[in-house]
Design a protein. Structure first.
Length: 364
């Protein structure tokens, strides 16, 4: 039987894998190929990794490479070394990679150098900012992939503009299925009750990108919080951000913002619940911008660019950078347009089926 390997290693990869794995349980796919899940170990903290497997009913990965956290170059090199050996030992036919993490690029390069077909799920995204590590991963992965599953018309246009050599397919975005599934389970989340939050009476704030987690930007964030003292802000804080705050004597300054509720990273269902019932979301995350759009929550993106330009064009997302005046003004005064319905910019919710139907035909 032919074999497909899914290479994952970080939270965004696990989330995208979930609907693919669920769809693979259909007998017409299980009888066509064997699916093997390889966890690189890029995220090794439980809340950033294993919890998502349990929430999405994903199985324990078939292989865990235990690469762990180190510099990007060493991390990617270790992944490639271990993946090459694994692909050859297992006689894999197609390697599926997801999104734009280090695991994505490592999986694609190891497969290419092993003369295997690479299929990139969520290809064609561009922020046009090469200072972003994710942008480099996207570009390199797209240019060495044989099959490119583009989630939007914009992504499709980006790939064509770059004269990508692989087969390009407009599939829609997996997030439509992911959010539908999460909303069906959201009653299991008690996060609002635990934090004593009233729906639409708080803001959700997330920050994790390396270009934003420096002392100057973090000082600006604290100033933004101080500009809206009457507003409750929920801040699930990434361990790396906490470490940087502490190293620069800013953590105590942040804790003095009495309107800010600092919490540890939460599971996906709790996070979706927080997005759904927030007044607005303030974030630098690409995935969160998309999730906010699908949950009808206005999003303020504290970046100067976005790979999800469709959400800007639809009026449900606005870019402010980490600018105190712009961000504060957006929090207080900016609202999306009032419309009776919105465009289905991310597809019809059948992306996983489209992808697997295509893979099955390739293997046959």
């Amino acid at each position: 039987m032919k074999k497909i390997a899914s290479v994952v290693g970080a939270r965004p990869n696990f989330i995208k894998l979930a609907p693919i794995y669920k769809q693979m349980n259909n007998s017409k796919y299980t009888n066509s190929f064997e699916h093997i899940i390889v966890h690189t170990g890029q995220h090794y903290d439980f809340k950033l990794s294993e919890i998502f497997f349990s929430e999405f009913s994903l199985p324990i990965p078939d292989y865990n490479l235990d690469v762990g956290s180190t510099t990007p170059c060493i991390q990617i090199a270790e992944m490639i070394k271990k993946l090459e050996h694994l692909f050859q030992a297992l006689k894999i036919n197609i390697v599926l990679v997801y999104g734009d993490t280090n695991s994505t690029f490592a999986g694609a390069l190891a497969a290419t150098k092993s003369s295997l077909n690479v299929a990139h799920v969520e290809s064609g995204l561009r922020s046009f900012d090469r200072k972003m590590p994710e942008e480099i991963n996207r570009i390199l992965t797209d240019h060495i992939s044989n099959i490119l599953y583009a989630p939007t018309k914009t992504a499709l246009g980006n790939l064509k503009a770059e004269n990508i050599q692989g087969e390009i397919i407009n599939t829609g975005d997996l997030s439509v299925e992911i959010i539908r599934d999460a909303e069906s389970k959201i009653s299991n989340s008690l996060i609002l009750e635990e934090l004593k939050l009233e729906p639409k009476n708080y803001y959700l704030f997330t920050l994790h990108r390396s270009e934003n987690t420096n002392p100057q930007c973090l000082n600006s964030i604290i100033e933004i919080f101080n500009q809206i003292p009457e507003s409750t802000i929920v801040f699930p804080i990434h361990p790396r951000t906490t470490k940087i705050l502490e190293e620069n004597n800013l953590y105590n300054k942040l804790k003095k913002c009495r309107n800010v509720i600092l919490i540890d990273p939460v599971g996906f269902l709790d996070f979706i619940n927080l997005i759904k019932f927030a007044n607005k979301v303030i974030t630098d995350s690409g995935g969160t911008q998309k999730e906010a759009y699908l949950l009808n929550t206005p999003c303020i993106t504290i970046r100067n660019n976005t790979e999800w330009i469709e959400t800007i064009n639809e009026g449900w997302n606005t870019l402010t950078g980490i600018d105190v005046e712009k961000t504060t003004n957006a929090i207080i005064n900016w609202f999306p347009p009032k419309v009776s319905s919105r465009n289905s910019i991310f597809g019809d919710g059948k992306t996983s089926k489209t992808i697997l139907d295509h893979l099955r035909k390739l293997l046959e």
